[in-house]
Design a protein around this ligand. Structure first.
Ligand SMILES: NC(=O)C1=CN([C@@H]2O[C@H](COP(=O)(O)OP(=O)(O)OC[C@H]3O[C@@H](n4cnc5c(N)ncnc54)[C@H](OP(=O)(O)O)[C@@H]3O)[C@@H](O)[C@H]2O)[C@@H](O)CC1
Ligand SMILES: Nc1ncnc2c1ncn2[C@@H]1O[C@H](COP(=O)(O)OP(=O)(O)O)[C@@H](O)[C@H]1O
Ligand SMILES: [K+]
Length: 484
């Protein structure tokens, strides 16, 4: 699990540490870690550190300070280090240290692709957590030139231009090969589109005491998924594994009923009971003979996928809420929410659906998805899974937002959301809480798309989920998994 902290939290943590060790010490620790990672990268790409040509692009703040002190260290190891003044006045002590170690300073204005000939590594020390969105045009030209040359770019703390707290990456934000961050991860490392600008992320310990601070984000990795997945135990039967009841699909959208059923079946439900649209039922009866139809025991409901306009939608949702059973409300079901829901209910909107729920624009959701998903959880009382390139889960009254394991954009196709609803229901039916179930299901779908890469239709990806879940169960994390 990786935890991320906002700019305000990071500054508070830094201040607390600086109060005991002093400001200069923190920056020296950061620079030490940064120089070490830069040297590793040079050794890997060039075979040697000595004699490498390093260009450090510096801005006016401490981010540039980190980079300049790292440059001093690289110069001492025999690198030819040039600092490029790209924005404002460089950190004076850092600059003096670099110059004293034999580095030089040039002005960034007018530098072109040709000036980067022979450079082995570009260090992006323009802006870190103090950055505002929007880089000046001459800076954009410089960072674009590094990209054109295909040079390795090592970002200091964050790729300059990205927004640390929201994960936005305005056009022109730096594309890094690697990012070295200090003390803690920031949301921009974990949320798209900024996350993809970071390349590989390395965390340098600068002695921050994270213990008393509740993180803004908790990002899961595949081992976490294996640890929490509800694998069947030796004596599990279909009821221990859980019965999923689905009221999904419509005569207009029968496929959604079929796909959500695939999600429940291949997500490992002990039994799947389909009570949705007749046209869906006909296809399901043919393709998935294990599915049952007609009333009976249910341990988790999924409603809403593929409903379209449904005149009795309010009542259909209210009845399922009244059952008190775990419940997933997806897609068109989200149009029929009562004012208040318990946290055992899971809502699975994409950005457009969440915007409708919050009565704002889709752009407001994508501009700050963490704030949006938190706000939806607080307003409804439910647990909310916001789908998209980054899948976020929030629960009312809980500060930390969970981030599912990411996957490729191949999942971004019509029908994937229906499958995901079924996966969520399967995990909930096994007795897992809504928050964890949402992260597990979203992660498994993404991990499946990463394992079986390509334009596979959602029903095929759903089948492959079973393979990925099986593999998780055989791994070291899986043996620690909950048994149902
Ligand atoms: N605190 C510590 O001890 C430690 C901090 N550490 C390091 O410090 C970094 C944070 O440093 P920081 O606070 O100085 O902010 P930083 O990101 O360098 O930039 C601020 C400057 O840029 C300017 N500016 C901003 N946006 C702009 C724009 N779009 N276009 C133009 N200008 C813009 C902004 O101007 P202003 O907003 O004031 O007008 C201000 O002058 C952090 O990421 C980490 O690397 C580590 O060493 C660990 C210890
Ligand atoms: N760029 C992306 N990268 C990875 N996964 C994505 C991306 N875009 C969307 N997804 C995932 O694809 C699925 C699409 O769901 P949704 O938009 O509800 O589709 P539908 O309702 O048509 O079935 C969700 O699981 C979502 O998180
Ligand atoms: K940077």
């Amino acid at each position: 699990m990786r935890y991320a902290y906002t700019v305000a939290q990071t500054r508070a943590l830094e201040n607390a540490t600086m109060a005991t060790v002093g400001e200069a010490t923190l920056m020296q620790r950061a620079a030490h870690g940064l120089a070490g990672r830069a040297a590793d990268l040079l050794a890997r790409t060039r075979g040697t550190v000595y004699g490498s040509r390093v260009m450090i692009v510096v801005g006016p703040g401490n981010n540039g300070g980190d980079a300049l002190y790292a440059g001093q260290r690289l110069a001492r190891r025999g690198c030819s280090v040039t600092a490029v003044r790209a924005l404002g006045r460089p950190h004076p002590d850092g600059l003096a240290a670099l110059l004293a170690a034999g580095g030089r300073l040039v002005d960034g204005g007018g530098l072109s692709v040709d000036d980067l000939a022979g450079v082995d590594l570009v260090v992006d020390g323009l802006l870190g957590i103090g950055g505002r969105p929007g880089l000046p045009a001459d800076v954009l030209a410089l960072t674009a030139a590094a990209t054109v040359r295909g040079l390795p770019v090592l970002a200091v703390d964050l790729p300059s231009g990205v927004v640390s707290d929201t994960g936005q990456a305005p056009s022109g934000s730096v594309h890094a090969t690697r990012t070295v961050t200090f003390g803690c991860y920031k949301p921009g490392h974990l949320i798209e589109p900024a996350a993809s600008r970071c390349g590989r992320i390395e965390l340098v310990d600068i002695g921050l005491d994270l213990g008393g601070t509740v993180p803004a984000l908790a990002a899961w990795d595949p081992d976490d998924v294996a640890t929490h997945w509800p694998f069947p135990g030796p004596t599990s039967d279909k009821y221990a594994r859980g019965v999923v009841g689905l009221d999904t699909g419509s005569d207009a959208y029968p496929g959604a009923g079929v796909l959500s059923t695939h999600g429940a079946v291949y997500g490992g439900a002990g039994m799947v009971r389909f009570l949705g649209a007749q046209r869906s039922a006909e296809i399901i009866a043919r393709d998935l003979p294990n599915v049952v139809f007609g009333d009976g025991r249910v341990q988790c409901w999924l409603v809403g996928s593929g409903w379209g306009e449904r005149a009795d939608g309010d009542r259909a949702v209210a009845d399922r809420v009244a059952s008190g059973l775990p419940l997933v409300i997806d897609a068109d079901g989200l149009r029929h929410l009562p004012d208040r829901l318990p946290g055992t209910v899971l809502l699975t909107p994409h950005a457009g659906e969440l915007a409708r729920l919050l009565q704002c624009e889709r752009g407001d959701v994508t501009a700050d998805p963490v704030a949006a998903v938190r706000s939806a959880a607080d307003r409804t009382g439910a647990t909310v899974l916001l789908k998209g390139a980054t899948q976020l889960v929030a629960t009312a009254g809980t500060e930390t937002v969970e981030v599912a394991v990411p996957g490729p954009a191949w999942t971004g196709q019509a029908g994937s959301g229906d499958v995901l609803g079924g996966l969520c229901a399967a995990v909930l039916a096994a007795g897992v809480g809504a928050r964890t179930a949402a992260v597990l299901a979203a992660s498994v779908q993404a991990m499946t798309a990463a394992r079986f890469v390509g334009p596979l239709p959602p029903q095929e990806l759903a089948r492959h989920c079973a393979t990925v879940i099986g593999e998780l169960g055989r791994g070291p994390g899986g043996r620690r998994g909950e048994h149902r």
